[in-house]
Design a protein around this ligand. Structure first.
Ligand SMILES: O=c1ccn([C@@H]2O[C@H](COP(=O)(O)OP(=O)(O)O[C@H]3O[C@H](CO)[C@@H](O)[C@H](O)[C@H]3O)[C@@H](O)[C@H]2O)c(=O)[nH]1
Ligand SMILES: [Mn+2]
Length: 747
């Protein structure tokens, strides 16, 4: 038994945010005044006034969501050293670790290998850990890479533990100069050099295999399962790569490769499907009470992270307070000044900390420790997702594998592990095969009530929300150094496609029976948590009002109307102060989070760009789905392979890049429309009333052009830095159509 807890393993600390609250509230009142002013003067103004009013009402609604989400921020402080005063090492609970990868081209195996190595080497008893890698690409290359990595791990893990190496992803560790303060004894240096060479060798072998694929023979016993594999149609492959047979705490964790069965006739539900297979396979093989999942690029950067999260999972007085522990998504080698606005530092500092003060942070798909029973659909009060006797219902809920349901029953009754201990992992592979088959889930509750939920490309938001809806809370864990680090997409296309998928997935949640408002009424999602989810989900709805509002100034200039009060009207002070205070407020936030002014500007700009590219296309693809015209797909984000020092830091890496995708058309059109409007205004082409009366609209138009400056540069750029001619032609045609419409209205 664990010793009584002498002092708490963690503290929940409310954060002071008076200044931010004040500025949030000021903006809120300015928004309300603007709306009131518009309403009062609606009669005397035309269509543009009404449109502006509608858009601003939406922005106010979003602001309320934002205000509520950020109002009560908290942080958690964990005390890992106390954990070991309360628990003996052999009393620490086991954890099953999941890594997902889907495509060896977009996700180079060396990246996955580094993530796996970092997990195998964490500071936690090795006999309590098992690492399961799901390979949705069924790639012999990925398997080869893992096999080679497992040999290297035998050197790497003891080396890391002996010298307290950080971080434990070799590509990161070896990309730095040796710290002078480090133990630089002869013995260390010798080992260091040897292991560095070994890592280089590993990297070379994987690279060679990538280009030549002769490093492994598909006819050999290890690889024969991969011969005749067709993408999207193949049987299950499960291989135990490492097994800690003697259950030694200083050995290596188990390492298991899983490629689930795929068949074109059976939907595989992308990452959610992969996670459910991992849940079941690990359930049948090791059945740890806790599960960690990371994306293939998210290596463990803080070797103590398991201790930190155990402080939260084991230290909460009431289990209900911690259904899962979420660490922030942080990135390594972030581009200077966050040119693509996807490092999310500010989002985590203010919004996620705020949500942490409500029911807890949302599950963000990676870097998360779940209680297994929570994933199995248990409610905090012990209720199940099904009624009736457990043994009768287990099969209906979890499927017809005896081996698996036995272990699920243990979890639901508060036990863990598998009953026949000690066990031989290899003996359980057969059972694991059955539960990784593509027909296993039919007629069960996987993906609908238990496990990772289906029907959206943001399975993380949906799955996390359902957990909150059962009344569980979650906790936020931000140790120093950061727990996990991954790679953020760089380049226009990759960054925009990722955001498009998010917008699509979020709207799929909104339009499903699991919409936050519905689960607030039907289940235990707290009202303000629901507002927080709505704040996130609103990303998918924003393109419409944003696009209208962004087009308004240009329309007004060309159509000879206006959407802002006249400069002589004192009411013009309302939009001016709103504009100034909003930008000042944003600056304050970025400054507070340690970002530069440039990064703040880049983010402001990217929000506009994302709205009329990614989110707009996400919105359209969900409309098509609702009309039954197409299905949504999970497009995997390309991970950059800068696994050697120096690479990836090329001087153009922050520049916006383009390709022939339609996603660039609306933003290019918008830019062209504004350029036309500014030209007409400057030349006084259509103007009957003179430029002064529309100075507000003109300033707004210039602002929009500035926001879209990456596209302005793209009009003149070459190669991948230029917008393709075909895109420019399409956009120009649309822009002229817009012009024609405004002129017709004018007449
Ligand atoms: O069919 C698939 C598609 C994807 N993946 C894996 O899913 C993970 C996330 O994919 P990625 O392309 O990196 O997407 P991101 O947009 O970077 O992922 C974020 O957004 C996703 C959806 O919201 C979450 O699942 C992720 O955890 C979160 O990091 C990767 O490990 C993939 O290998 C699969 O296993 N099978
Ligand atoms: Mn990713």
């Amino acid at each position: 038994m664990a010793k009584p807890i002498p002092s708490p393993l963690y503290e929940k600390i409310p954060q002071k945010n008076t200044l931010h609250r004040a500025s949030d509230v000021t903006i809120f009142f300015l928004l309300l005044s603007l709306l009131a002013y518009r309403l009062l003067s609606l009669k005397n103004n035309g269509f543009t006034w009404l449109l502006a009013f509608l858009c601003e009402s939406w922005f106010t609604f979003i602001w309320i969501l934002n205000l509520s989400s950020k109002w009560n921020p908290v942080s958690y402080k964990t005390y890992p050293e106390r954990l070991l005063q309360c628990y003996r090492v052999d009393e620490l609970p086991p954890v099953d670790m999941f890594v997902t990868t889907a495509d060896p081209m977009l996700e180079p195996p060396i990246i996955t290998v580094n993530t796996v190595l970092s997990l195998l080497a964490v500071d936690y008893p090795a006999n309590k850990l098992s690492c399961y890698v799901s390979d949705d690409g069924a790639s012999p290359l990925t398997f080869f890479a893992l096999l080679e990595a497992s040999k290297f791990a035998k050197l790497w893990v003891p080396f890391c533990k002996k010298y307290g190496i950080q971080p434990r992803a070799p590509f990161r560790y070896f990309s730095r100069e040796l710290l002078p303060s480090h133990d630089n004894s002869m013995e260390f240096l010798q080992e260091y050099r040897k292991i560095k060479e070994e890592y280089e060798e590993l990297r070379r072998r994987i690279e060679d295999a990538t280009v030549k694929s002769i490093s492994y023979e598909l006819s050999t016993a290890d690889f024969v399962a991969f011969s005749n594999i067709k993408k999207g149609s193949h049987p299950t492959i499960i291989k135990v790569i490492l097994e800690n047979k003697e259950s030694r705490s200083d050995g290596l964790p188990h390492l298991v490769y899983v490629s689930r069965e795929k068949h074109p006739k059976h939907p595989h539900h992308y990452k959610a499907g992969a996670m459910n297979v991992l849940t079941r396979v690990s359930g049948a093989m090791t059945n740890a009470p806790f599960m960690l999942n990371v994306d293939c690029d998210m290596y463990a950067n803080n070797p103590q992270i398991f201790h930190h999260s155990m402080c939260l999972l084991l230290g909460s007085k009431n289990e209900q307070d911690c259904g899962f522990v979420q660490t922030p998504q942080s990135f390594y080698d972030g581009l200077k000044d966050d040119p693509f606005g996807n490092q999310f530092g500010v989002l985590y500092k203010y919004v996620v900390s705020g949500i942490a003060g409500l029911q807890g942070p949302n599950y963000s798909g990676t870097g998360c420790f779940h209680r297994r029973k929570v994933i199995y659909g248990l409610w905090p009060d012990g209720r199940m997702e099904f009624k009736g006797r457990i043994d009768e219902r287990l099969e209906k809920t979890f499927g017809n594998s005896k081996e698996f349901t036995k272990t699920a029953a243990r979890i639901l009754s508060g036990l863990s592990g598998i009953s026949d201990c000690p066990y031989d992992l290899s003996n359980r592979v057969e059972a694991a095969h059955q539960i990784a088959s593509c027909s296993y889930e039919y007629g069960t509750n996987w993906g609908t009530k238990i496990g990772w939920l289906y029907g959206t490309t943001t399975e993380d938001i949906l799955t996390g929300m359902r957990i909150h809806a059962r009344g569980w809370k979650s906790t936020d864990c931000r140790p120093d150094p950061p727990a996990f680090l991954g790679c953020a997409p760089s380049g226009g296309p990759a960054a925009l496609i990722q955001q498009k998928r998010w917008a699509t997935g979020l709207l799929e949640v909104l339009f499903s029976k699991n919409s936050p408002f519905i689960v607030t009424f039907t289940a235990k999602l707290q009202f303000r948590q629901c507002l927080a989810y709505m704040w996130i989900i609103s990303w998918g709805l924003r393109p419409i009002p944003e696009l209208c509002y962004l087009a308004l100034p240009a329309y007004c200039i060309m159509a000879g109307s206006h959407f802002l009060p006249n400069v002589q009207d004192p009411a013009v002070l309302i939009p001016i102060s709103l504009f100034v205070s909003y930008n000042f407020h944003t600056l304050l936030e970025y400054w507070g989070a340690g970002y530069s002014i440039r990064a703040c500007w880049n983010n402001l700009r990217m929000w506009r760009i994302t709205a009329v590219t990614s989110w707009l296309f996400g919105f359209l693809s969900v409309i098509l789905k609702l009309l039954g015209l197409s299905e949504t797909v999970f497009e995997v984000t390309k991970k950059d392979q800068s696994t050697t020092p120096g690479e990836g830091s090329d001087k153009d890496s922050g520049r916006f890049t383009f390709d022939g995708s339609l996603i660039f058309v609306p933003a290019t059109t918008l830019l062209l429309v504004h350029l036309m409007a500014l030209v007409t205004a400057l030349l006084g082409l259509f103007d009957l009333v003179g430029i002064e009366s529309r100075i507000g609209e003109i300033i707004c138009s210039v602002w929009v052009v500035l926001c879209f400056s990456p596209f302005l540069k793209g009009l003149f750029g070459k190669g991948k830095y230029g917008i393709p001619k075909s895109t420019i032609c399409k956009s120009a045609a649309l822009a002229f159509l817009f012009l024609a419409c405004t002129i017709t209205v004018r007449k």
